[in-house]
Design a protein around this ligand. Structure first.
Ligand SMILES: Nc1ncnc2c1ncn2[C@@H]1O[C@H](COP(=O)(O)OP(=O)(O)OP(=O)(O)O)[C@@H](O)[C@H]1O
Length: 366
């Protein structure tokens, strides 16, 4: 298995620049997910790694070897596509064996690799069937089997679960995570689904309009989003973003006045803001609680899910606000509610959408 380094990758299609100076160092055996909205360039980046698309500039290094100009088959990668691309007239066995037949591998070695892959993917009793006799999830496993037998240095997945229904996607997420553990392989996985990214990745690359917004572990992105874009993309329900004004700054942080007049002293650095500037304060729905003082919310819609009550309403001059409260919380549609929020659970974004860095916690004095 291998490291994968992308050094200053740029890509243009004619006059349209779709990837801007992308540099990433992916570790050996890491499961890295590229996530972002439609058109942000994630498939193009994956195809450049695979050699199916040529970068306009930049370098791709796999396991220490520069493969930027190597043919796809010589890169030591294997790619699994959204459309399984199976041969309908061949059995499951022959579909999995296909790349090895192309390599003219001897039949004993070929059989041992196919049987091993089928065992890992629980397809051993399906090897004689044709793809048409399998479920969607089983077909996707055959496509993955065809990748495994080649013993690639790096596995690439391009939205492999998007043709499956919601329940099966959940099962396959778990299977892919197990597969990653079993194979101890470097994997790069493209999706627009933040739940897939959060649940499977060791680290996530959030792409926005061809640029890396942030590269970090799921919990780093959740707790310390670097930008408003990452903050609103990661986490379900989405983070609330409340228009606010800087009411004052000092060494200990920034005083903000939120839409609706509630003031909070937040322990963030004021490096890019001054008194009077407009900012946005991000608060996750799950980071509020019922309280006596804080945000006054007028409740419009209540969704009782059992364990949680998702509460939709407005604050101030109509800013929408969502709160995830306990399942049996005494809330009613059409009523007002006061929510308290801890300062350390607030994120402040400047006019460019960049987060104001948190102040280091003060040293404990004995
Ligand atoms: N062959 C091509 N010729 C011209 N433009 C292209 C080509 N392939 C992709 N693009 C453009 O590059 C941008 C990035 O496309 P890409 O498919 O990488 O996005 P994506 O993030 O994978 O989106 P999706 O989730 O919808 O697949 C888009 O604006 C797309 O229109």
């Amino acid at each position: 298995m291998a490291t994968l380094d992308l050094n200053a990758i740029n890509k243009s299609f004619g006059a349209a620049k779709v990837l801007h100076d992308i540099s990433l160092a992916i570790k050996d055996k890491e499961f890295v997910v590229f996530v972002g909205p439609s058109g942000c360039g994630k498939s193009t980046l994956l195809r450049i790694i695979a050699g199916l698309e040529e970068a306009t500039s930049g370098q791709i290094v796999i396991g220490g070897t520069d493969v930027s100009t190597a043919n796809p088959v010589d890169r030591g990668i294997s790619m699994v596509f959204q459309s399984y691309a199976l041969y309908p007239h061949l059995s499951v066995y022959e579909n999995i064996a296909f790349p090895l037949r192309v390599q003219k591998m001897d039949s004993a070695e070929l059989d041992s690799r196919v049987q091993k892959a089928a065992g890992i993917l629980q397809l051993t009793d399906k090897l004689h069937l044709k793809p048409g006799q399998l479920s969607g999830g089983q077909r996707q496993r055959v496509a993955i089997g065809r990748s495994i037998v080649r013993n690639p240095k790096v596995f690439l997945f391009d939205e492999p679960l998007s043709n499956l229904d919601a329940a099966l996607r959940g099962d396959m997420r778990v299977e892919l995570s197990q597969l990653h553990r079993n194979l101890d392989a470097t994997m790069v996985y493209v999706t627009h689904d933040q739940v897939e990214a959060m649940t499977m990745a060791d680290r996530i690359v959030v792409l926005n309009a061809g640029r890396v917004e942030q590269f970090g572990s799921p919990m780093e992105l959740y707790h310390h989003p670097a930008t408003k874009f990452v903050a609103s993309f990661i986490g379900q329900p989405n983070m609330n973003l409340i228009p606010a004004r800087v009411a004052g700054v000092d060494g200990s942080g920034v005083m903000v006045e939120l839409d609706g007049g509630h003031r909070m002293a937040l322990p963030v650095a004021s490096t890019t803001v001054n008194k009077g500037d407009k900012v946005e304060v991000g608060i996750r729905p799950e980071h509020v609680s019922m309280g006596d003082s804080g945000l006054d919310i007028s409740v419009n819609v209540l969704e009782r899910l059992g364990g949680t009550s998702i509460t939709y309403g407005t604050i101030g001059n109509g800013t929408r606000f969502c709160a995830a409260l306990p399942g049996d919380a005494p809330i009613e549609e059409g009523r007002n509610l006061t929510l308290s929020v801890a300062p350390e659970n607030c994120h402040v974004f400047d006019a460019n959408g960049d987060v104001l860095r948190r102040q280091a916690a003060p040293e404990m004095v004995a």
